[in-house]
Design a protein around this ligand. Structure first.
Ligand SMILES: Nc1ncnc2c1ncn2[C@@H]1O[C@H](COP(=O)(O)OP(=O)(O)OP(=O)(O)O)[C@@H](O)[C@H]1O
Ligand SMILES: [Mg+2]
Length: 479
């Protein structure tokens, strides 16, 4: 998403839009990126100071201005030009809404669901870009910070905004839709991600459906016909409903003849109302296909023809890190780095992909815990373990205490002869596995973000011992 052009705003406008108090020159103009990471502040930009767990952005206000920021959006006085506001996310929301309202010709699409938002957004962006200038950041950028910051990248040349919307509770998606009212809304699936915070799948569905409730009468709701909770959202929208699906024969956009190559990349025939077109994905895992169909359905609604959609999907690459990254080492060992996050559905999808890749060798999984599952946490970990054992993995390594129930679940499968091992951390997982890998073996590394297992995956991919110090993704830096 670089620091491209943005709609210029004077500080007087920034103060007016946010209801803030200006300490600086009325006429100074913000022409650069709005950022919440002072290290990314640049000429003409606006730095929004946020108090996080580790640091308080206000302390970096002078550094941001020294780096070229015109002013700082702050909640307490800082010794540099500033607009003082009561609440920074609310101020960012107001600025983003102003920008969205200034661009009536820009088509805004929102994508939500429990799993696959970023993957789908990245695929959709690579299709929609064929139609015109598109803003869609790499990474998640799906919350009260990332969402407005993304919208603030749009300018008068922007034809399409492809946005990811996440919910950790009721009202969150409605709030994000208020920042940049979407005309197109894609709902992928209703699963157990953050289920603990919602209380159950029906509550997750209520929250995800806020997206289609926000669509206008002339808008389009793009729904997964294979997920009954998603399909039922058709009753909650004024917009036209368009469906996609793998299994549902009535879906408008479908896939037929799905095959996976030896690295788990799907080929299929894309079926559209205008006819079929062949697709060969570069992303790994059968679970990418519904995401590709969702992206295709959106692009189709925006006017892209089947041949261009199929071509675009076949050319699309992973833009966001640590989702099903497949590394084949020189010695024939394959590592799947899917360490960005984990929930019951995405672990099952990844284990299925692991088994497909390991047809000529042994399958190992290094799994950390799945966060935010609340009351169903223990049972979910056990069920995932049972699934992995039924998939007949050669080895299952659970990292950290919270992941231990995975092994209890695996042991429920009496016929399973694989090795189960509990280790305290990623380094121990590496120690346990590194020396026993042989050509043809495949190792999946997956956990919730907090476990930071990507260093383990990186070390395995290099074939060496020490895990890398955890790198910080841009999307996290921007949170
Ligand atoms: N349709 C799907 N079903 C199950 N798992 C999926 C699906 N699509 C993607 N995944 C897996 O879910 C994980 C997260 O993918 P992705 O980052 O695209 O999802 P997300 O919804 O954006 O997640 P987040 O809520 O963290 O932003 C990855 O492991 C990915 O392989
Ligand atoms: Mg995401």
């Amino acid at each position: 998403m670089g620091g491209g052009p943005v709609i210029p705003l004077t500080l007087a406008q920034v103060a007016e839009i946010t209801g803030g108090q200006l300490h600086g020159e009325l006429a100074a103009v913000v022409t650069g990126e709005v950022v919440i990471d002072s290290r990314r502040a640049g000429p003409g930009g606006l730095f929004a100071a946020v108090a996080g767990e580790r640091a308080d952005g206000h302390d970096f206000a002078p550094a941001a201005v020294a780096a070229g920021a015109v002013a700082v959006l702050a909640t307490r006085p800082v010794p540099v030009p500033s607009v003082l506001v009561a609440d920074v996310p609310a101020a960012l929301a107001a600025l983003a809404r102003f920008v969205a309202d200034s661009l009536p010709d820009t088509a805004i699409a929102g994508i939500t669901g429990s799993s696959g938002k970023t993957t789908t957004k990245d695929l959709a962006a690579q299709l929609v870009e064929r139609l015109g200038p598109t803003i869609a950041p790499a990474g998640s950028f799906n919350n009260e910070f990332g969402h407005p910051l993304t919208v603030l990248h749009a300018d008068s040349s922007t034809r399409y905004l492809v946005l990811e919307l996440s919910a950790r509770g009721p009202g969150h998606i409605a709030y994000l839709c208020g920042i940049a009212p979407p005309r197109y809304g894609v709902v992928l699936n209703v699963g157990h991600a953050h289920a603990g915070e919602f209380g159950g799948l029906d509550q997750v569905a209520r929250a995800k459906g806020e997206l289609v409730e926000a669509l206008p009468a002339g808008g389009v709701a793009i729904l997964n016909a294979d997920d009954p909770r998603v399909l039922a959202m058709a009753a909650r929208t004024r917009a036209q409903v368009v469906t996609f699906g793998m299994a549902a024969p009535e879906a408008a956009i479908r896939a037929a003849d799905v095959r996976l190559d030896d690295l788990g990349r799907a080929s299929f025939t894309l079926l559209t109302p205008e006819g079929p077109a062949p697709v060969t994905l570069r992303l790994h895992g059968a679970h990418i296909v519904p995401n590709a169909l969702a992206a295709a359905a959106l692009a189709h609604e925006l006017g892209l023809g089947p041949a261009d959609i199929a071509d675009g999907l076949s050319a699309a690459v992973a833009r966001s890190r640590w989702r099903m990254e497949v590394h084949r080492r020189g010695d024939g060992v394959t590592i799947i780095n899917d360490a960005y996050n984990a929930n019951p559905e995405s672990v099952r999808a990844a284990v299925a992909a692991l088994c497909h890749l390991a047809q000529d060798g042994r399958a190992f999984a290094i799994l950390g815990h799945m966060a935010e599952l609340g009351a169903i946490s223990r049972a979910s970990h056990e069920d995932v373990g049972e699934f992995a054992a039924r998939a007949d993995l050669a080895g299952l390594i659970a990292v950290g205490e919270e992941a231990a129930p995975i092994l209890a679940g695996a042991r429920r499968v009496r016929s399973w002869t694989g090795e189960a091992l509990a280790v305290p951390d990623g380094a121990a997982a590496l120690d346990a596995l590194a020396n026993q890998l042989k050509p043809g073996d495949v190792v999946l590394v997956k956990a919730s973000r907090a476990a930071q297992l990507e260093g383990v995956a990186a070390a395995l991919a290099r074939g060496d011992d020490p895990p890398e110090p955890p790198a910080m993704l841009q999307e996290e830096a921007d949170r």
